[in-house]
Design a protein around this ligand. Structure first.
Ligand SMILES: CC(C)(COP(=O)(O)OP(=O)(O)OC[C@H]1O[C@@H](n2cnc3c(N)ncnc32)[C@H](O)[C@@H]1OP(=O)(O)O)[C@@H](O)C(=O)NCCC(=O)NCCS
Length: 208
């Protein structure tokens, strides 16, 4: 068995920005507050359909708490939240993407994301997820990365399909959204699958 298989996942992740051909992914800064609030408020109709935290009263106080918690989580290795920005227009907040460990011993983790409504349908979630998957396998040394996607969320399922994640099954009543338990599908990619997929992701120009 390779030595790496016996080691727990790495806890620390450098805070440098990561890039894709079109995007910069970087840890949040306190001065992102206004831009993140604006992105959430302008996208709430879409976000509240699928995300348990998204509701019409989510505003400055909640976003501020998220920014504080995000910095603490990063330094403690609990979660790595990244702001998605365009390399040519870095002021507009395009969305969030995160990876967090689900088991350190098994070196597994999960990725979650949302994209502002005015920027959907341009391949941003796919490109950002490709880069965060690369960080997950190369830098965090995970061996398995999952996505949980609400049944009916075709746009998010397309992201998983395009990247080549495998749909593994159904998680019944997995997440409570607006008072309703929503079934989710579970999608996963293994380290060895990522090593093969990465060449295609580069050809697709999702990775540099
Ligand atoms: C899901 C979400 C992240 C997708 O972001 P995005 O940047 O638009 O994603 P991409 O452009 O990379 O890919 C979206 C794909 O879904 C397709 N799509 C979008 N809406 C669709 C719909 N209603 N039915 C079928 N396909 C749809 C797009 O055509 C595209 O596929 P294609 O490239 O084959 O044409 C974004 O819509 C979002 O943030 N939604 C609200 C929050 C959320 O659902 N987060 C994910 C939770 S798991």
């Amino acid at each position: 068995m390779p030595i790496l298989s016996l080691l727990p996942m790495r806890r620390a992740l450098p805070t440098d920005p990561r890039h894709t051909p079109r995007l910069e992914l970087r840890p949040f800064k306190r001065r992102d507050l206004d831009a993140v609030v604006e992105a959430i408020e302008s996208s709430i109709d879409d976000l509240e359909l699928w995300l348990p935290w998204a509701n019409r009263s989510y505003g400055r106080a909640e976003t501020n708490r998220f920014l504080r918690e995000s910095a603490a989580a990063w330094s403690e290795g609990r979660a790595f939240d990244l702001a998605i920005r365009s390399r040519v227009d870095p002021e507009t907040h395009l969305g969030n993407i995160s990876v967090w460990p689900t088991s350190r011993r098994e070196r597994t983790g999960e990725i979650g994301y949302w994209i502002r409504s005015t920027a959907t349908g341009q391949g941003i979630a796919t490109e950002a997820t490709a880069r965060v998957a690369e960080v997950s396998f190369d830098e965090l040394e995970l061996h398995r990365v999952t996505l949980r996607i609400a049944i009916g969320n075709r746009a998010s399922e397309r992201v998983a399909e395009k990247l080549g994640f495998t749909k593994e099954g159904l998680l019944r009543k997995e997440v409570l959204v607006r008072g309703h338990w929503m079934d989710h599908s579970l999608w996963a990619m293994l380290d060895e699958e990522f090593r093969v997929a990465r060449d295609r992701w580069r050809e697709e120009k999702w990775l540099e």
